[in-house]
Design a binder for this molecule. Structure first.
Ligand code: ATP
Ligand code: MG
Length: 746
């Protein structure tokens, strides 16, 4: 058997053509499940096995670090440990590697910090405060998103200022300029900077560009439809052109315009639709056979996506037969929805058709996971929520990481401010304001400002001496970093020296015990990091505190998906955005209600509805064999309860492929339900009808959805404002607004 056999076996002719294509830019456009990612993986293997390409000459961009890991593993099976010199990663990880080598050209240190959304928002708020901007009129979040948009368009503060059209944008320009300066002073980059600064390196420093260009002879990009303008230019710079005296790299991008779901982050389908214009000698290959799903599932997905006007017509087909019908279920409430799904997962397991580990539950927003969690937990159904309030976003974990970041990069202002008074050391906000003012007026970093705190006239001497104690603790810890001590040991030292550990272990708050466990978990994560086999490290990587921090700051939601074929035997819960690129034998697509999915924010905008519809297409096409479509007539998860009509996407699916287990009340109007449910129904936002508060008397026994049984102690107010104080035993006394309370008389 020739070596070619296993590499090309199991590929259809179009896929083979893409794997073996030589020369000019290659675009593979195809619907979901048609083997795009498979083509990319095989192509990398083929380049090495058949075309003598060395792993270090390859740059492959994938959506998640997890996908990257899989690709590397496959290639390692083929060529051995040398596979590690191949760059397979997300855009952000690749840029970090590039910048660790090149950032000094732009005036950054190599150990720059990477700011996540929360860090960046913190710094923007500081800047806005310094500029005396009223946070009500100028919400920092809005600055953040406008600055992010500018960066995704590769507009620096100057370019942005030059193009402002109104007074508000002028304010943004000012904030942007100061924010960028503060980032640089802090030796920090936000996520958008990683791309922007990489482009800047390539465009401003020809010798740096030549180095990367002569190295990367092959550039491959998965999920190309979700690249934004900055990423697009990054790829273009890396590939290069003939005119630069070096043959361009071979470019291969794969994607599906129908799955573009990051428009809100500046991704532009334009990049895929106009690939042929941008690269005039491009070859385009279409894949039309789907290997993932049954025909019924594809029929549903195709029916939905054809409702988008701005798209190229294409049709997916499969040889795997029509398969089971989709199952539709209209639940009364989100609790019923979760109950139904739990029962169904159990039933599928009992009759041997699907295991919990083969199952995924998708929803539009993270908050929707809570009800599933409650109900799964109660019935001991093992599950894992991907995303949401992630481990690395927890306060105590961020505190500990901030210590580590300060040790790696003392100029990191946001991290310094975060920890300087955690645990409490008597260094208040006022003292920090003095330091800040002093540092600004002497053109010093915040860190240098702290070192001069005894020279600051307004500074109370107690605070100044606390600052000095803090600084000497940090410098003692810093010695460990210089000595290249293992990260886990450094973390243990920080926990002890900082007082974080002592504070939590002396507390009687049970939550603090959980926090302590989380900190210990971070020690475990660092030990895992240290035990990585040397072979798995790239040639320019080493085990270090900086390396550990880098890994931690680049974890994406999708990286939390339990590994292995059966996902660790647990049901996986995630948002639709995180589901991209994945597949599961059994899928529950939930919350199919107008206002939930499509999201209420998008209802009035044609472009946004089209993006939501693509998201629906992504969701539907994750399913291999069984697809459930569910919605709730009544949903209370966001404080004020609502009745939402069926999602328009549900209506777009042909009735013939759906088997309705429960169609709900004939009209999903509010009145139908309040008759069946004998409690004070919530105001119906969607229908505009008003509800009536339940009538109670003192001493009456009631039952509440969450708090269980209770006794009415007293009543107050009337009509809309009627409230009752009810004793719920172990939950204590609650004052409930009756119009909203899910309370029934016993
Ligand atoms: P998405 O658009 O969702 O990212 P995709 O186009 O990347 O999908 P893949 O994930 O590569 O599709 O493939 C979908 C499934 O089909 C995978 O399980 C893959 O192994 C399988 N597959 C792809 N091509 C073939 C083939 N020629 N023969 C058999 N199975 C295939
Ligand atoms: Mg894919």
């Amino acid at each position: 058997m020739s070596i070619q056999e296993p590499l090309l076996s199991g590929l259809n002719p179009a896929q083979k053509a893409a794997v073996t294509h030589i020369g000019g830019p290659l675009l593979v456009v195809a619907g979901a499940g048609s083997g795009k990612t498979r083509v990319l993986t095989r192509r990398i293997a083929y380049l090495m096995a058949e075309r003598g390409v060395a792993p270090y000459q390859i740059l492959a961009i994938t959506f998640t670090n997890k996908a990257a890991g899989e690709m590397k593993e496959r290639v390692a099976e083929l060529v051995g440990p040398i596979a590690r010199s191949m760059w397979v990663s997300t855009f952000h990880s690749a840029c970090v590697r590039l910048l660790r080598q090149e950032a000094s050209r732009l005036g950054y240190g190599n150990s720059f910090s990477i700011y996540d959304q929360a860090d960046s928002l913190k710094l923007i708020s500081l800047v806005a405060k310094d500029l005396n901007l009223d946070a009500k009129r100028y919400p920092p979040r809005q600055f953040q998103s406008m600055i992010s948009n500018a960066k995704n368009e590769l507009l620096g503060p100057h370019d942005y200022a030059a193009g402002t059209q109104n007074q508000f944008e002028q304010v943004v320009a000012e904030v942007y300029a100061v924010y960028q300066r503060r980032l640089q002073q802090a030796n920090a980059m936000d996520f958008d900077d990683l791309i922007l600064k990489s482009v800047e390196v390539l465009q401003s420093f020809p010798e740096a560009k030549a180095r990367f260009r002569s190295r990367f002879r092959h550039v491959l990009v998965d999920e190309y439809q979700d690249t934004n303008h900055a990423q697009y230019i990054l790829v273009r710079e890396l590939v290069g052109s003939e005119s630069e005296g070096m043959a361009p790299a071979e470019l291969c991008v794969v994607g599906d315009a129908d799955q573009s779901i990051y428009g809100f982050r500046g991704a532009t389908i334009r990049n895929i639709l106009q690939f042929e214009l941008d690269y005039p000698n491009a070859t385009t290959i279409l894949l039309e056979q789907n290997y993932r799903s049954t025909q019924n599932i594809l029929d549903a997905a195709n029916a939905v996506i054809t409702k988008n006007e701005s798209r190229k017509e294409k049709n997916l087909w499969t040889e795997s037969g029509s398969g089971a019908q989709l199952v539709g279920y209209v639940a009364e409430s989100e609790h019923d929805e979760a109950e139904f799904i739990k029962d169904e997962i159990r039933a599928l397991q009992r009759d041997g058709s699907s295991e919990p580990g083969d199952t995924a539950i998708f929803y539009r927003t993270n908050a929707q996971s809570r009800v599933f969690e409650e109900i799964f937990m109660r019935s001991a159904l093992p599950y894992k929520v991907v995303g949401g309030l992630r481990f690395y976003e927890r306060k105590e974990v961020k505190d500990l990481l901030a210590y580590l970041r300060v040790l790696a990069n003392p100029n990191d202002e946001v991290s310094l401010r975060r920890i300087i008074n955690v645990p409490k050391r008597g260094i208040g906000d006022r003292a920090l304001d003095y330091v800040d003012a002093y540092a600004q007026s002497h053109n010093l970093s915040f860190w240098s400002g702290l070192h001069r705190s005894t020279e600051i006239p307004e500074m109370p001497s107690r605070a100044a001496s606390s600052v000095n104690q803090f600084l000497s603790m940090i410098s003692a810890l810093h010695v460990l970093v210089e000595a290249k001590i293992r990260p886990s040991v450094i973390i243990e030292a920080v926990l002890e020296q900082s007082g974080l550990m002592a504070e939590l272990s002396s507390s009687s708050d049970p939550q603090d015990e959980v926090r302590l466990e989380n900190l210990q978990e971070l020690v475990a994560v660092s030990m895992e990091y240290e035990s990585r086999p040397i072979e798995s490290l790239g040639e320019d990587e080493e085990i270090s505190l900086a390396g550990f921090l880098e890994q931690v700051s680049l974890v994406a939601d999708a990286d939390e998906i339990p590994e292995g074929e059966d996902h660790g035997g647990v049901v996986t819960l995630m948002t639709l955005h995180t589901a991209k690129g994945l597949e599961f034998p059994t899928v529950f697509l939930t919350g199919l209600e107008d206002g939930v999915f499509p999201h209420s924010r998008t209802l009035g905008e044609k472009n946004e509805i089209e993006e939501e519809r693509r998201l629906a297409y992504v969701g539907l096409t994750r399913a291999q064999a069984r697809l459930y479509l569910t919605r709730a007539e009544y949903r209370s998860s966001w404080g004020s309860p609502t009745y939402n009509p069926a999602s328009r996407f549900l209506d777009e699916i042909p009735e013939s492929v759906i088997d309705w287990r429960n169609k709900g009340t004939a009209s999903s109007s509010f009145s139908g339900i309040s008759k069946r449910r004998d409690f004070a129904a919530p105001p119906a936002r969607a229908t505009g009808k008003k509800s009536v508060a339940i009538e109670l008397a003192v001493g009456e026994r009631v039952s509440h959805d969450t708090f269980g049984l209770g006794t009415v102690l007293s009543l107050a107010g009337e009509g809309d404002k009627a409230e009752a104080t009810i004793n719920f035993g172990q939950y204590g006394e609650k004052r409930l607004l009756l119009r909203y309370a899910p309370v029934e008389k016993l």
